[in-house]
Design a protein around this ligand. Structure first.
Ligand code: SAH
Length: 363
């Protein structure tokens, strides 16, 4: 498009729910408003989830009018709402372009965890993952990430969510441009106010993204490791061909961990593929020197998958080897598998998925 054509195109109105404090201050400054209004607005729209501008009593009428005229305020449509026998709840959220993503609420005795999606589908094609089988349609916008938290809070109550995990559909480190402002909002006391220890970003191992996340918004980190040898990981998590284990583990060693925190290493237990005693010992070897905790995930099957879950005895034996090596290990209880809400079962509705593994993270 030529510069002239650009100049006459009306600029898209910004999505109000996707503006972090800095962007909101910038917008307000352009309107001649004081930056502290940004905190008030964040408190209304995120903290209290007030959607009617008329209720924002400490904001002038003129500013309210301008906000409603010059910003957009999109909320997703709940296309499905499923409750599992164990209390896990899954929403299918429809987006205006016809795609749909999934968000999962996992209640536990002492916490409520929300598992959010960062992309429509995923480009990384991990061979044991339902989302990976669909390919990628597009990145989610910041406001679409935030909308998942809003929807869950509207339904479950404003205080029901204590933890956020980026373990839904997509690879968060391939969408940092939208994920980082979402993290800002989640952490901002005037918006959602989650402490950084209550937020976990999980990655299949996009090394440049790890460095950037650590530099810009260090939160808890989970690595989808799943294998301790490159030959096996190349097949299970194909992005390993770009960022092999040695590079990934070096990036983990550099990651600025929050005080007294460990990196979680997720390891899906696949019968006969990665679950031998030798695999467990190799895992201990590669994790040595990293403050690590291993999370064993019994494989959750989905339509079209060929893998089988390791037998419970095998999972226990594997766990015991890791424990004897003095590395903390827990076996993740599959949650919501009766409604396909467990790890790796999220499919949503992805239009025209593509399956190329991008070499670079977005700037
Ligand atoms: N792309 C990011 C975020 C997804 S997190 C990442 O890979 O970390 C989802 C977690 O569930 C990842 O650890 C993933 O490897 C795991 N997973 C995927 N498919 C699974 C399946 N079928 N059974 C059990 N875990 C699975």
């Amino acid at each position: 498009m030529s510069a002239e054509a650009c100049a006459v195109m009306p600029a898209q109105k910004p999505q109000l729910l996707g503006l972090n404090r800095q962007s909101l201050e910038f917008l307000l400054a352009g309107w001649g408003e004081s930056p502290f209004r940004a905190k008030q607005i964040l408190q209304w729209i995120h903290g209290r989830q007030i959607t009617d501008f008329a209720e924002m009593s400490n904001i002038s009428k003129a500013l309210r009018a301008r906000l409603s005229e010059e910003t957009q305020y999109a909320e997703p449509e709940i296309l499905a709402d499923q409750l599992a026998a164990d209390g896990t709840r899954k929403w299918l959220l429809g987006l205006p372009d016809g795609n749909a993503i999934e968000t999962v609420f996992i209640p536990e005795e002492d916490r409520g965890t929300l598992c959010v999606s960062s992309q429509v589908g995923c480009s990384l094609a991990c061979s044991f993952c339902a989302t990976g089988a669909q390919g990628l349609n597009r990145n989610l916008d910041t406001h679409e990430i935030i909308a998942q938290i809003r929807t869950a809070r509207q339904i479950q109550g404003l205080d029901a969510i204590t933890n956020i995990v980026f373990m839904g559909m997509g690879e968060p480190l391939l969408n940092l441009r939208q994920v980082l402002p979402a993290l800002d909002l989640l952490r901002d006391d005037f918006a959602y106010g989650f402490g950084p220890k209550r937020i976990t970003v999980s990655t299949a191992g996009v090394v440049p993204g790890l460095d950037r996340l650590g530099a810009e918004s260090p939160v808890n980190l989970a690595i989808s490791l799943h294998a301790s040898r490159d030959e096996v990981r190349d097949v299970l998590v194909p992005v390993n061909r770009h960022y092999p284990l040695a590079e990934l583990l070096d990036a983990c060693r550099r990651y600025p961990l929050l005080p007294r925190r460990r990196i979680t290493f997720e390891y899906v237990m696949l019968d006969g593929v990665n679950d031998s005693d030798a695999d467990a010992r190799a895992l201990l070897r590669i994790l040595s020197g990293i403050p690590a905790m291993v999370n064993l995930i019994p494989f959750n099957s989905f339509p079209g998958s060929d893998y089988k879950r390791s037998p419970q005895k095998r999972i226990d034996a594997f766990r015991d080897i890791i424990l004897r090596g003095d590395v903390m290990t827990v076996t993740r209880r599959p949650r919501g598998d009766d409604i396909a809400a467990a790890c790796g079962q999220l499919a949503g509705q992805v239009r025209d998925g593509r399956r190329s593994i991008p070499l670079r993270v977005q700037a």
